[in-house]
Design a protein around this ligand. Sequence first.
Ligand SMILES: Cc1cc2nc3c(=O)[nH]c(=O)nc-3n(C[C@H](O)[C@H](O)[C@H](O)COP(=O)(O)OP(=O)(O)OC[C@H]3O[C@@H](n4cnc5c(N)ncnc54)[C@H](O)[C@@H]3O)c2cc1C
Length: 417
Amino acid sequence: MHGGAYVADDVRRYVIVGNGFAGTTAAEQLRKHDAACEITLFGDEPYPLYNRISLPPMLRRQLPEEKVMMRDLAWHEEHRIALKLRTAVEGIDTAQRTVLADGREYPFDALLLATGGRPNPAPAPGASGAHNVFNFQYLDDTRAISEQIDRSKAAVAVGGSFIAYELAEAFAARKIETHWILRGPRVLHRLLDDVAGEFVDEAARTENVHLHYGEEVAEFVRSNGAVTKVRTKKGLEIAAECYGVGFGLTMNVELTHGTPIEAGPNGIRCNDRLETNVPGIFAAGDVADFYDPILEMRYRMGTWNNAGAHGKVAAQNMMGGSVAYHDVPEYSSLLFKGQTITQFGLSPDLQPELEMVRTIDREKRWYRALFFWQDRLVGGIMLGKGNRAGKRKYVEAIKAKERFPKPQWQSVLEWTA
Ligand SMILES: Cc1cc2nc3c(=O)[nH]c(=O)nc-3n(C[C@H](O)[C@H](O)[C@H](O)COP(=O)(O)OP(=O)(O)OC[C@H]3O[C@@H](n4cnc5c(N)ncnc54)[C@H](O)[C@@H]3O)c2cc1C
């Protein structure tokens, strides 16, 4: 500052790559706390922030597209956030502290990488380039699948992931014949055990979904650029006009290649402040392979709430703060009309060595599992409508790092409010 007036050197320059929930939340926070700073927000999609978790209700035709949009161009102008849409950042120069996009260099004092992941293609021949085989990640995917459903009598969802579930649910909700092909022995088999899988299976069948467990697609059979049927490795053939695949995400870490920023297939490595090994460069949201000081381990979390919470923490630290991420990620979702799932903290799909206790009420279709790491409660899953009592208390116990000797585990399951 000179004589109380700002000069250009005093203005902090922030660059954010990825305008999903993590990146846009960070931009909003930066502006909230620093009226003078320059914020440049890059997104390679054509849209300002939209709600990715509203894409399934949009596909089911339960929510109009306008309700999926969360921010418009005017909002960015009002907040003086320079939003560069349809613009992929192509490189980072960590020594010069610039990013390369649009053929020019953008200097930064702090940089946030909130690039998320991209869906993996179907691992069987015939799918690539077919106009009726879809991933389900972006607004454009949702529009395209929706149009194809209108032209279809039958559809096939492939894969054992949440996304494959969302596709099967949407096909069924749109009243076309629905098949779901899963390699595993049950739905979400790395997350749910046999009993929980059974409850979801029952819910799926009440919506007339044909489930094919232990099956893998060998080939998407093509005719004139369209897939006409799938053939499984065990010889099952299913004909349909629409195919949706959910085989997980590949993290968008390519920008770190050739730079000193540490990253791997599990994302961009960062500490509990979400800062990478290169000072002033941060990661947030799906792509952040972060150290969680509550659970005392490193992992990646692909949930909406986590992306927003990360965006806030990253912004504070980009401004020179020292705030650790201190949250227990959680989400709730419908699993077909008849079933709900609530999950908090760690789960066996992220950390297979967790120990579990569970309680089951078959009549009410209630299921509750708690996960322990050594003698600490670290996470849980609740299935069934009205079965969420005690969740707050569990989350608080996880945050407080409470310890429970093994003989107590069963009684912890009984917690209510
Ligand atoms: C269909 C669907 C349903 C879901 N349902 C739920 C749910 O019920 N509950 C839940 O908790 N979570 C759900 N999720 C997950 C949740 O949406 C994500 O965890 C969250 O949106 C991640 O936000 P993000 O900002 O980290 O990344 P993203 O939303 O992936 O945003 C990253 C953005 O960066 C862009 N980008 C990447 N590289 C570059 C580059 N080099 N230059 C410019 N831009 C770039 C990407 O194209 C993308 O637009 C769902 C996801 C999907 C797809």
